[in-house]
Every structure is written in structure tokens, then in C-alpha cells.
Design a protein around this ligand. Sequence first.
Ligand code: NAP
Length: 276
Amino acid sequence: MNTALRLYGIVGHPLGHSLSPVLHNWAFAQAKIPAVYLAWPLPPDSLPDFITALRTLSISGVSVTIPHKERVMSYCESLTEAASTVGAVNTLFWEDGRLVGDNTDLAGFLAPLRSRFAPGELRSALVMGAGGAARAVLAGLASLRVKEVFLTNRNAERCAGLAAEFNAVIVDWEERASVSPDLLVNATPLGMAGARAEETAWPAKSFRSGQTAYDLVYNPLETRFLREAKAAGCELVDGLSMFLGQAVEQFRRWTGAEFDLRGARELLLNELATRS
Ligand code: NAP
């Protein structure tokens, strides 16, 4: 067995909040794989230099986050079907010496929905936010064959571009509570720990019992959006489920192994509690 230490890491800017190093280093240790996973804060202009470093240092795999997910595609020698469908890359790995871009946010977003809904079962969904994460959400909803997908965003132009790409119905940001879909997805940072913690993308009075509320924000785990959805009798999906889902797919891509999801969730809940 080759026992040389393998090098992995995450690039993004800023990176201060990332849980990925804690999670992947734990997973490598659990699987007894000699590897280390580092955080590399990388300003937008430095991406070409990083790609040179990636090749020179034989870095085995990389997680990619804001603001590099779309630009990094042009440096990949091939893309997986998921990366092409979403139009963004969050994972780099090597295949026969070629740099491949994958998107595991798609599988991560879908994991908690697949266990609840059969394809075609969800009639409608509203996605709030039209940034990078919303791309994976919209691709996921298409693969779940959701009949009617609404998209709303503060910046209307950005909303229109993404809606056209994924065949979604545009809803004006100020009018978003006028729809009453089966599934509500918060793909904005509203509710995140810090200055936005008490903000929400959805008015409490507009929840309907029986709806599913899915928040991509995972710090805090129970956002205001989820707290108010729970009070209204909605089903809840928290952002940690997606985060763990995308990470376990990355780990599988890199190592062929899986990590224990229950243990990983416990690890991250402890980590979040320590940080708060
Ligand atoms: P992004 O590309 O920066 O997009 C942010 C989106 O949020 C944009 O649509 C932006 O609207 C909107 N937004 C920002 N501030 C807002 C405000 N004050 N009011 C209304 N809308 C606002 O970010 P992203 O990558 O899509 O990530 C979005 C969220 O998902 C983040 O909180 C991120 O942490 C979370 N996320 C979670 C996971 C997971 O695994 N759970 C994965 C990816 C992302 P404008 O276009 O108008 O600026």
C-alpha cells in the first residue's frame, strides 16, 4: 500500500467559516487514509496560480467554493454530467492524469428530498436566491421532476438569467409570498449566524401546514426560517443535510470510501456549538 501522505483542500474567498477541513480530516482518520485536508483562502485573481500549484504539487483533490465555482470549469480537462447540468464545479479530482470537475452540491441537495419524495410527487417549489447554490437546487428540482418551479431573487436580472436556463417561473422578490408551493427553499444567506441571524427570506404568516421548508443555511442549524416553519406545522430540512450529502460524495470521488453520516453529523454539531 502506498503510505505517502496525500494532500487535499478547499479553495474559496473568504474561507473562515468552512467546516470542510474538520469534516474531511476526521473522515480520513476514520478510514485510516494517510491524507491531510487544508484550507486555502484564494482571492478571485489567484485562481490560475492555484491551478499551477495543483498540478505542480500533485494535490489529490480539491473542494471549490465561492467565488471560484464557475470560473474553475475552464481549467478542467473534463466535466462530469452533474457539473455540466448545474453549470458549476465544487469538486476537483484526477482521472487518468486528467483534471475532472464534478458537482456534488446536486447530490447533496437531493439526498434529503429523495428519501421523502418520489420523482414527480412534488407539484411545486419556490427557490429564493439565484446565486451559485440555487443552480444546484434548480438542477435537483428538475431531476426530481417537480412540475412547477418558481424562482425569486432580490436582483431581478440575475433571476431572469437563471430562470431561463432552468425553465423556472419568475416571481418578483417583493411578491414572493404570493405563491404557496409544496416546497420552499432558502438559497440566500438570510438567517446565517452573525448580523443576518434574525433575518428570513419568508414571512412567518405565509407558511402553510404540510409544506416542506428547506434551508441551505446550516449555521445556525435552526434558522429563523426553520423555526417559524416548524411553528406553522411544516416539514423541515436543515442545511447540514445538504452539506454532509455533498461532502460524502466528494469523499467517495477521492477515496472510493464513504464516511459514517451519523458520526459526521455529530462531529459538525459539536463543532458548530464550539464556534457559537
Ligand atoms: P451567492 O452565489 O453569493 O448568492 C447569494 C444569493 O443570496 C443571491 O441570490 C443574492 O441575491 C441573495 N442575497 C444575498 N443577500 C441577500 C439579502 N440581504 N436579501 C435578499 N437576498 C440576498 O451564494 P450561494 O453560494 O448561492 O449560497 C447561498 C447560501 O447557501 C449561503 O448561505 C451558503 O452558505 C448556503 N449554501 C449552503 C450549502 C450547503 O451545503 N448547505 C451549499 C452551498 C451554499 P442578489 O443576486 O440580489 O445579490
